[in-house]
Ligand binder design. Sequence first.
Ligand code: ADP
Ligand code: ZN
Ligand code: MG
Length: 487
Amino acid sequence: MNYQAVIGLEVHAELQTKTKMFCGCPVVDSTKAAPNTAVCSVCSGLPGALPVVNKKAVEYAIRVALALGCKIAHTSIFARKNYFYPDLPKGYQISQYENPLAQFGVLSIDTPLGTKDIHITRIHMEEDAGKLTHVVDEKNGSYSLVDLNRAGVALLEIVSEPDLNSAEEAVAYAVALRDIVRELGVNSGDMEKGVIRFEANVSLRLPGAEKLGTRVEIKNLNTFRGMEKAIRYEIARQTRLLDMGQSVIQETLGWNEDQEVTYSHRSKEEAHDYRYFPEPDLPPLVVEEDWIEEIKSKLPELPRARLQRIQRNYGLNLEDARLIASDEDTTRYFEEAVRVDPEITPKTITNWIAGQILSWINSHSKSIRDIPVQPQELVNLLQTLQKEEINQNTAKIILEEMLISGKPANQIIAEKGYQQVSDATTINGLVAQVLQENPKPMADYLAGKETLIHWFFGQVMRAAQGQANPQVLREELEKQLRAKKRD
Ligand code: ADP
Ligand code: ZN
Ligand code: MG
């Protein structure tokens, strides 16, 4: 049978504020800081310690909610979600339940069939739990270590409607969301560090059926590739079950990245009763309209809007536009360069940014913001190239020197004598010299080995220290070889 896959994602994104959600403890990189060094009476759950809301975290949450077109509640309520687990010192997590901060959002994704709107059910604020490390050693047997550095870090939960219908769409949505929180400066988007985490709810139904099928929830999807594979695996597994006339059991699954299978998490799963009730230690969270408007006015351009604008305004193809619009800094660099000289086309500038600058940055682990070559200086170099004062190859060499030394192009050209040799007489002399110094290849060429022309070209270019105008060189070389053939 052919079923329709139905997928809804739950995304947890840490809000990377300086301090935690309800106390003054610093938010530290959990992969670097020593365990339990950023902990106080509030986030370790000592009796009597009282939470205080971090205003910056609320601002970050509103930023995300606005970027996703949500309706923001002027009053939302914090609630206690009660459960026992060793990473949760208070025995409850402060979250939001019936009255979340934001609802009714939308995120558009690109699919092979065109743009698709994925609706956002709700966004609420909560606090992260600590981190457990399970250890087995010979002396002590198996035990778990608790690190509370992460306990109490502000967390945003973003829940989508079950609008996604394939693994690819789910990944497109997840990537778009990751890009947005990164762009908004609220989360680094580092999946390896666990600062953004995804859970996928997956079910199947017959095409046209109105009722949703029974879903499973897949946890610990740590990479986009893993997410794609896990959802594909689940779709295949559920298809087999339904085809055999069996039913899907609603449960929580984990994803085993190594074996590429899902596995059942807990047995009595859906018996969860979190006994939610309003958090008595916090007043309702009131957000004034003025503040929302102020935050809205400062939102940056979002990745998708930027991509569309770059494509439209500069006539770039999608692939080029993606490179240029991949982050705000690259876009700014590109647009400054384009403005300098209308003679240097956006396409040319794109080629140099994508082909030279971005690859240099990547291999040197730098960002475009750190490089000493300003857009104006890149354009100066390209103007010199356009005037044929240097050739393409030399321009690449010069750009690399500019990136390393920060010197402007014309200074490097003067110092190193990089001017292109376009003078036909000079090139003519070099061609004659090379032909004369290589009688054997010359004889082979005359005997019919025509491809040796490329070798001669290379030799002359070398004699010119790479600086000959390639077009003039080719013409002069062909002229002299023709003459030799006639002799
Ligand atoms: P819970 O909090 O128990 O996980 P929710 O109702 O909040 O339950 O749903 C969580 C996610 O599951 C949402 O993203 C929602 O879109 C998705 N979802 C709900 N029902 C289904 C279904 N039948 N198939 C696929 N996804 C579903
Ligand atoms: Zn604390
Ligand atoms: Mg869930």
